[in-house]
Design a protein around this ligand. Structure first.
Ligand code: PBG
Ligand code: ZN
Length: 323
């Protein structure tokens, strides 16, 4: 292709032409809104490091979910802040745990939004790790039954999909087995398949009050140097029964999103994490970036890389922008 026969600028001349030849689309259908729920009532506590994001109590959460649904966002993912924490994260799988209460309340309200629950122990353990701690280490195989129990309790409360984020080996299979055994073979699993140990989770740990009290998560979450390993993780999770595979974080891992999509052709989710949100928010607050344009460009980037689904704190806002 040579100038002057081929002039790429011809198809950029106006908005209609540009839209007609757009290779990538961004629609509300792709979005999932993360939400935080805590005990109490009438609560709407701002998260300092995530402007515009709040911890809701169950009652105010239901109102927020209605707003998110009205904006046209098809799904939410719930994170719970429990009333008390212990060594084995008991509230994570308690019948009346905070997430279970929230799911029931949302399901009782009149909305058909898809309720996804994050399945992990770190928000519920006093040590802040994603599993059972033995000495200084997280014990993989002792953690699996607790995660399966947690997932089952979410589904029994009415969750439409469960999303294990702990990165224990074998947890997708353990959850799939228990769900099937209990008659929930139709409930899908959205696996955090390639989840990296990331500095970009900083603001989330404020929001979910879940920082590890000693050490870090590097013995279970992936190291940021690796992509072949991510493909093995994804392959395992699919073999164990994952229906959707997630890459997390998203922005620094666009190559991983792309490889996972190309090699497996499975539905892929990208988690636009708290630190990615905070960066753009902070710059926009200072007038250094234009928020809407920057966010939409970023989202289209995830879609171009191969993400079918995007979990983002901007979901409600984006849905309104796209209106
Ligand atoms: C819990 C969990 C985390 C996130 C989602 N689920 C934190 C972590 O693993 O430390 C991060 C989400 C975000 O940063 O937006 N395991
Ligand atoms: Zn965790």
């Amino acid at each position: 292709m040579h100038y002057p026969e081929y002039r790429p600028r011809r198809l950029r001349a106006n908005a209609k032409l540009r839209a007609m030849v757009a290779e990538t689309t961004l629609a509300r259908d792709h979005l999932i809104q993360p939400l935080f729920v805590r005990p109490g009532s009438g609560e709407r506590r701002p998260v300092d490091s995530m402007p515009g994001i709040f911890q809701f109590s169950v009652d105010t959460l239901v109102d927020e979910v209605k707003e998110v649904a009205d904006a046209g966002v098809p799904g939410i993912i719930l994170f719970g802040i429990p009333s008390k924490k212990d060594a084995v994260g008991s509230e994570a799988y308690a019948q009346d745990g905070i997430v279970q209460q929230a799911v029931r309340a949302i399901k009782a309200a009149d909305t058909d939004i898809l309720v996804v629950t994050d399945v992990c122990l770190c928000e519920f353990t006093d040590h802040g790790h994603c599993g059972v701690v033995k000495g200084q280490a997280v014990d993989n195989d002792e953690t699996l039954p607790l995660l399966a129990k947690e997932a089952l309790s979410h589904v029994e409360a009415g969750a439409d999909m469960v999303a294990p984020s702990d990165m224990m080996d074998g947890r997708v299979g353990a959850i799939r087995d228990v769900l099937d055994l209990e008659g929930h073979e139709s409930v899908p699993i959205l696996s955090y398949a390639a989840k990296y140990a990331s500095a970009y989770y900083g603001p989330f740990r404020d929001a979910a009050e879940s920082p590890p009290q000693f050490g870090d998560r590097k013995s279970y979450q992936m190291h940021h140097t690796n992509v072949e390993e991510a493909l093995r993780e994804v392959e395992m999770d699919i073999a164990e029964g994952a229906d959707i595979v997630m890459v997390k974080p998203a922005l620094a891992y666009m190559d991983v999103i792309s490889r996972v999509k190309d090699e497996f052709g499975y539905p892929v989710a990208a988690y636009n994490v708290s630190g990615e949100y905070a960066m753009i928010k902070a710059a926009a607050e200072r007038g250094w970036l234009e928020e809407r344009e920057t966010v939409l460009e970023t989202m289209v980037g995830f879609r171009r890389a191969g993400a079918d689904i995007i979990l983002t704190y901007w979901a409600k806002q984006i849905a309104r922008w796209l209106d």
